[in-house]
Design a protein around this ligand. Structure first.
Ligand SMILES: [Zn+2]
Length: 315
């Protein structure tokens, strides 16, 4: 639920797991100058920056936290929180001091692996609150990450960064992408499950991101020509089931589920299935994924045949 939309600043409250409990989390999308890499095939964030705010990072965070009570702060920058060109060192120090004064229990941020360096990690690790850093690995398969996503780093880069974070006592969240372009529905499921297993020893939690179609992206071009379809929600449920059965913690926020550009099933069951996924993400209880709809039979056929057709059989 969007609580505030002040001067194009996006802030909302949600719930977040914290050592088995569910706490109130304030999520803020800070507008920075954007990700320096800016070459991923599915990334539309840099294009959104045309509507750039005139507020400084400090002003943005002050507006976001004003009047709010929360235990967890989640900050998205659409890039790397530890890239000093994007988020200056002074702002990070200011934020840490602010969070200490507000008695916040946990800070969650995101970064590419190349910015996980000793200096910044030392500073973060010395704070009294828990820290978690999300890394958008997308897949453990270097070929897929390079050729289907163009992410610009390797699995080895990720494991080195994750090890460093954990050496500093910082939690690691690994983002995996369900259905990079050029993968069939079945290949996408298998890739996400295998990737989860591959990151098991390096991460505290996996966050499964379901592809949606952002504007002005390469993925949008494929989608417009019916060469790409976002994943079925049944595929997400299958990945969550298989990974959770292996005792791993895995969450998923099905962004834009049921919309034209978002992950979807038959449209009729989308809302209901997306709710089940959200409920499971908080509970980690597999029973919450026990949902059904007649379209599951169509999905089963798609999973079987799309590996041969190589293009989506149903949009
Ligand atoms: Zn359905």
């Amino acid at each position: 639920m969007v609580l505030k939309n002040v001067k194009k600043l996006r802030v909302w409250t949600e719930r977040e797991r914290f050592h088995g409990k569910v706490l109130k989390c304030l999520t803020v999308i800070l507008q920075t100058k954007g990700c320096y890499w800016n070459r991923c095939l599915m990334c539309g964030f840099s294009k959104e920056l045309n509507s750039k705010t005139r507020f400084t990072l400090r002003e943005q965070i002050e507006m976001a936290v004003k009047g709010e009570e929360f235990d967890v702060l989640k900050i998205f920058t659409s890039g790397s929180f530890f890239d000093s060109r994007e988020v200056p060192d002074e702002f990070r120090s200011y934020l840490y001091t602010l969070l200490q004064s507000m008695d916040v229990k946990k800070l969650i941020v995101e970064s590419r692996p190349e910015f996980i360096r000793d200096g910044v990690m030392n500073e973060l690790a010395s704070m009294p609150f828990e820290a978690e850093v999300g890394i958008g690995l997308e897949t453990s398969n270097d070929f897929i990450r390079q050729n289907c996503i163009n992410k610009g780093f390797t699995f080895r880069d990720f494991t080195e960064a994750a090890k460093k974070l954990r050496d500093y006592g910082i939690r690691v969240k690994t983002y995996l992408l369900l259905k990079p372009p050029f993968l069939s529905e079945k290949e996408a499921i298998e890739d996400a499950v295998h990737s989860s297993m591959d990151v098991m020893d390096y991460t505290d939690i996996v966050s499964l991101n379901l592809m949606y179609i952002p504007s002005n992206t390469y993925v949008e071009k494929l989608w417009c020509r019916k060469l790409y379809r976002p994943p079925w929600l049944w595929s997400a449920i299958e990945v969550l089931r298989r990974v959770r059965s292996g005792e791993m913690e895995i969450v998923c926020d099905p962004v834009a589920a049921g919309s034209e550009r978002g992950p979807h099933n038959c449209r009729k069951c989308d809302k209901y299935v997306a709710e089940a996924i959200k409920k499971f993400s908080l509970s980690q209880n597999l029973a919450d994924l026990n949902v059904s709809c007649d379209c599951i039979r169509i999905w089963q056929k798609i999973v079987e045949f799309e590996s041969y057709s190589r293009v989506p059989l149903v949009q």
